[in-house]
Write a protein that binds this ligand. Structure first.
Ligand SMILES: [Fe+2]
Length: 127
């Protein structure tokens, strides 16, 4: 039996016919590289261009944070459930971090499974 982690696609692990889906399914994470501690900032996660039909759509986007120095990771930040036809997989969150780490986004496509990506964010303290 495969481990669940083997069921999550990423540009690094995609092979054969899966490679053709990398560009349209890997979540794009937009956020500053460096933020100030406890200062709100915007995170955008988008997927696509991708269809949004009943038969084929991005149904869910989950966002996690790997926090440096935390004993157990990750921290679940948000789950966005998307209804096909009426929504596009393009969401924004306001985050506030105390420590550096990495944001991970996972999206679920009704035909093409789970796809992940990540982005490091450095937190600086003033003074
Ligand atoms: Fe898809």
């Amino acid at each position: 039996m495969k481990s669940f982690r083997e069921l999550i696609y990423s540009p690094e692990t995609a092979s054969e016919e899966v490679i053709s889906k990398v560009k349209t399914h890997t979540p794009r994470i937009e956020a500053p590289d460096i933020v100030k501690a406890n200062q709100p900032f915007e995170l955008r996660v988008s997927v696509g261009p991708h269809p949004s039909t009943v038969e084929h759509s991005i149904r869910r986007i989950e966002v996690y944070f790997y926090e440096e120095e935390r004993q157990f990771n990750p921290v679940h930040l948000a789950t966005i459930t998307l209804t096909p036809v009426y929504t596009e997989p393009d969401v924004k969150l306001t985050l506030k971090l105390e420590k550096s780490g990495a944001i991970y986004a996972i999206e679920y496509c009704s035909l093409h499974g789970l796809w992940e990506s990540g982005k490091e964010i450095k937190v600086i303290r003033e003074g």
